[in-house]
Write a protein that binds this ligand. Sequence first.
Ligand code: GLA
Length: 485
Amino acid sequence: MLTGAFNLFMTLPELTTYVAEQFAETYGRPPRWIVAAPGRVNVIGEHTDYNDGFVLPMAIERYAVMAGDHAASGKNVIQIRDTSGVDAALVDLSAPIKRDALKWSNYPRGVIAGFQARGIRPAGLDVLLHSTVPLGGGLSSSAALEVCMATLLEAATGRQLDPVQKALLCQQAEHEFAGVPCGIMDQFVFVMGRENHLLLLDCRSRQTDFVPMNDPAVSLLIINTNVRHELGNGEYARRRAECEVAAKILGVPSLRDADADRLEGARSKMDPVVYRRARHVIGEIERTLHAAEGIRAANWLTVGNLMYASHGSLRDDYEVSCRELDAVVEIAEAIGVKGGVFGCRMTGGGFGGCTVALVKTDAIESISKNIAVAYKRKTGIDAALFASRPAAGATVVQGQSLIAEAGAHTARGFHPRMVGRNDFTFAGNLLQRHRLRSIAARGHHYPEHTFINQIRARAAQPCGQQPVGRRWRAAALHIAENGHA
Ligand code: GLA
């Protein structure tokens, strides 16, 4: 059984191939559509989205991937199986869709219900889900699942939603089906994320501004404390309610409209806890705007200091950190700029999950090692660390148009320019299968040249005159020569 760690580091094309294969194994035929939605890390701007403030997240190279096809049973049911072997979700489309005891299924359920409410009625589907976004890691695995489902439904129904409407539909699913009154940050970055850019989002006007983050000298290192975070337990909702109380006392529509002076002026009228919550939000909105400027100017020291200040405020005023998140930030601070760390803070809702550190790229290895060792010593827990460049938002990796193209093509005959992504997927399967088996069996990677030789050998075999065979062969040769699709 192929599970766990190595799987987390697959690139999107590798994941696509893997999920296509798993779909074929599960349902006995290749998938018609494959879609992916990334995870996210918020660089700064925490708990500001539901206060109409600014956030600065990016999509990361971890993905929820869904492969799907029309339901073979012909029934009006969407069945979603998961490669990890958790119980399958069965969503009956002929009855009103309600929350279910199977917790994870509520995210896709909410999205399907949202499509129906907008008059878009998907038919039955067989779906396979595989996700490398750590669950409960504060990287928004739940919103990734929602946006992934929405993207699959778009592909399956041929109805493309307006991006803002798509994000709002997914947010509504989280509110109504998961019971978490989240803001709009996660769903927006999943829909709109852009490679090599952070998304500076004004959560009031919903205006987006892309901040380039492509200096090869600096990287974002994500450190998972492996302490699960859970937003459904009421703490998140409580924070949101406290912010609303503060805004009311201040006489403003939301904390976005208040500043530090106004807050000080009203301090005596406020419960001290409510005051501290408001102080965090007002300060964090300012820090986020400064950090965006700092990133544009490559002023990494400033950005790093803002990240530490954000963490302190989340820990002391907003009280959403925990011992393990604090431990990582302290370790990072002790490594310091000399050791290659500019800044570090908890990211996401809090109460566990991940921290994000801004680091010098050439020091990633030593920093990762130091943090892992010190964290284990302090807490007894193994952390999981990985770096990610800003990734693109949700995509249809394999869709109807490619399949239609391949079909039309088979009828017309082969032209090398028409080698589609499907062909690369099939050709890549061979490579991937060997790689996965070898890692599973021996715990390490198969030597690269062995894959290439496999591909060459396979591509050299006679493949008849069928255009599909010839397209496959061209794709295989391309991979053999270039090492990738
Ligand atoms: C969760 C929510 C977001 C946001 C963050 C905190 O991830 O889903 O909307 O509020 O917490 O910044």
